[in-house]
Every structure is written in structure tokens, then in C-alpha cells.
Design a protein around this ligand. Structure first.
Ligand SMILES: NC(=O)c1ccc[n+]([C@@H]2O[C@H](COP(=O)([O-])OP(=O)(O)OC[C@H]3O[C@@H](n4cnc5c(N)ncnc54)[C@H](OP(=O)(O)O)[C@@H]3O)[C@@H](O)[C@H]2O)c1
Length: 277
């Protein structure tokens, strides 16, 4: 499995698992837990969740999947912007730890920017680090101007990662933000890497994938894995798709294949507003 380094230098797997929409429905719980556990077995040991997903339900699914194997996972969770004050962040983290049935989160992210000053959230993250409750901190959905502001607050340079909407059809961050993150040594976590399933149904990508012996979803993931400093976190609650997605870790696209994908999905030619879901 390819590894990507966080700004601290710690390596993490470049292909992980998402959990949005898990924990919504009690009847799906067994399959969701099994999917995450299969992913762990297959090396998808970075698991991304958030207090927002099913209002804590997804964290509970992750907690159940990690019983007896917490040490095998690199666990990412996120605080809501409306909880991101100094005290609010500490309290939200405690609630997440409880649902996750663990004593630490490996990477704790601000889910998107709200009205709380960034400096205050960073202070809270640092307090959580000192207490051993989180190991690294980062952000999500922050554009270049926000990142530059964050870089200027005390301790802001320690931001380990920015989680962003990034996939073949959403390449806007390649213009300014992604190169800047690389230069700062922060990882980019690509969310919705198969555009919530839509890229698997894209005719042009399906044709490309068929000709190169892979599925469209695998092509979308292999393309992200070819990007330096990028971690992809596909979500699937189905065992067959978890296997399919995990197999993308062994699929390397050559320069001719990457050029073909550039013709199908053009890179940006100028700045644009940050895309989000
Ligand atoms: N920071 C943020 O603001 C933010 C925003 C969005 C997402 N995220 C994170 O990123 C993760 C991934 O993004 P996402 O869940 O939005 O989208 P995604 O991973 O691009 O796609 C997930 C959807 O695609 C389906 N799928 C998975 N593998 C497939 C395959 N091989 N072929 C066809 N369909 C497949 C899944 O269905 P099944 O489950 O039925 O297989 C699910 O409906 C989230 O789960 C979450 O952890 C973060």
C-alpha cells in the first residue's frame, strides 16, 4: 500500500475508508461493521468518520468495527464548526471518543469553517494533543485563503491535512490549493473519490476502465493514488465493493493512461471557488 506523509512526517495509507451514511439505519449495521472490518483486513486501515454522520451513528459503527483491533487503524474524525469553540471542541471530542470506544483519535479535523476563530479551534486541538486524546489535527473544506490565514495563527503550521472534495470530475484544487498543501507538507484527503458512486457510471470512464482491465471506480481511485500527497477515502458498505476498491491500491496508471484521463477530465485552466458536497 502506498503511504502518504502527514506534516509531522508520520506515514498513513493512501487508500482508506469513508463512513458517511453509515449508522443511519439499524438494520444495515451488521453489514457496515463487516465492510469496515474487511477493509481493515485488506489494508484500508485509515478510517474517516465525523460527529456529523448520522449524528454520531457512524462513529458508533466504527467503534464496533474496531473492538479488539483499535491498534490496526488510523482513525480520523471531525468536529462540527458550531462545536469548534475551545470548550466546545473538548466536549465534542469526549463524545466522539465515547462513541468510538477509544481513548484517542489519530487525526481530528475541523469539518468546515464556521464563525469560531481558527486560533481558538487550534488552541483546543493543542489542548487535546497535550491530553493524549488526539494525535494530529487538521481541517476540511478550507480554501487557500483560509489555509493561509490558518498558517498565520499560533501553532497553525502543524495542520496535518486538509480534507477536500477531489476526484477526476472535481479537479479545481489542482490550480492553487493542492500545490500549496504539498509545499507546506500537509496531506490532501480526497473525499467523495468516486463522486458518491457517480463516476462508476460515467460512460467515458467505463470505456477507459474496460480497455485497461479495471472497473470505473478502480480507475477513479487509481488516478487519485497517482497524485502525490493525496489520500483517497472511498465509502462502501458492501463487501464486494470494498474488495473492488481495495484492489485499486495495486493498480498503477502509466503516463499514457494518465494523459488519456486528462483528455476525458480536463485539469483546471484557472482559479475557481472551492467545490464541496
Ligand atoms: N469532509 C467532508 O466534508 C466530506 C464530505 C463528503 C465525504 N466525506 C468523507 O469521504 C468519504 C467518501 O465520500 P462519499 O461517501 O461522499 O463518496 P464516495 O466514496 O465517492 O462514494 C460512496 C458511494 O459510492 C458507492 N460505491 C462505493 N464503492 C463503489 C464501487 N466500487 N462501485 C460503485 N459504487 C461504489 C457507495 O455505495 P455502497 O456503500 O452501497 O457500496 C456509496 O453510495 C465519506 O464517506 C466521508 O467519510 C467527507
Amino acid at each position: 500500500m502506498k503511504q502518504v506523509r502527514l506534516s509531522s512526517g508520520e506515514p498513513v495509507p493512501a487508500l482508506g475508508q469513508g463512513t458517511w451514511y453509515m449508522g443511519e439505519n439499524r438494520s444495515a449495521r451488521k453489514e457496515e461493521v463487516a465492510a469496515l472490518q474487511l477493509g481493515l483486513d485488506l489494508g484500508l486501515t485509515l478510517i474517516d468518520t465525523a460527529e456529523m454522520y448520522a449524528e454520531g451513528g457512524a462513529e458508533q459503527v466504527v467503534g464496533e468495527a474496531l473492538v479488539g483491533r483499535r491498534n490496526q487503524a488510523f482513525l480520523v474524525s471531525k468536529v462540527y464548526p458550531h462545536n469548534a469553540s475551545r470548550q466546545g471542541t473538548l466536549a465534542a471530542c469526549e463524545r466522539s471518543l465515547k462513541r468510538l470506544k477509544t481513548d484517542r483519535i489519530d487525526l481530528y479535523l475541523l469539518h468546515w469553517r464556521g464563525s469560531c476563530p481558527l486560533a481558538e479551534t487550534v488552541e483546543a486541538f493543542e489542548a487535546l494533543q497535550r491530553a493524549g486524546k488526539i494525535r494530529h489535527w487538521g481541517v476540511s473544506n478550507l480554501d487557500l485563503a483560509d489555509m493561509q490565514e490558518l498558517r498565520g495563527v499560533p501553532g497553525g503550521a502543524a495542520c496535518a491535512a486538509n480534507q477536500l472534495l477531489y476526484n477526476l470530475g472535481r479537479r479545481g484544487i489542482e490550480w492553487g490549493l493542492l500545490p500549496w498543501l504539498r509545499q507546506q507538507g500537509a496531506a490532501t484527503m480526497a473525499y467523495s473519490p468516486i463522486e458518491q458512486g457517480r463516476l462508476s457510471r460515467h460512460k467515458g470512464l467505463q470505456d477507459f476502465a474496460r480497455r485497461h482491465g479495471m472497473t470505473a471506480a478502480q480507475a477513479a481511485l487509481a488516478w487519485l493514488l497517482a497524485q502525490e500527497g493525496v489520500i483517497a477515502i472511498p465509502k462502501s458498505a458492501h463487501l464486494a465493493r470494498v474488495r473492488e476498491n481495495a484492489a485499486a491500491a495495486d493498480m498503477t496508471l502509466d503516463p499514457a493512461q494518465l494523459a488519456e484521463l486528462d483528455r476525458l477530465f480536463a485539469p483546471p485552466t484557472g482559479p475557481s471557488a472551492l467545490d464541496m458536497l
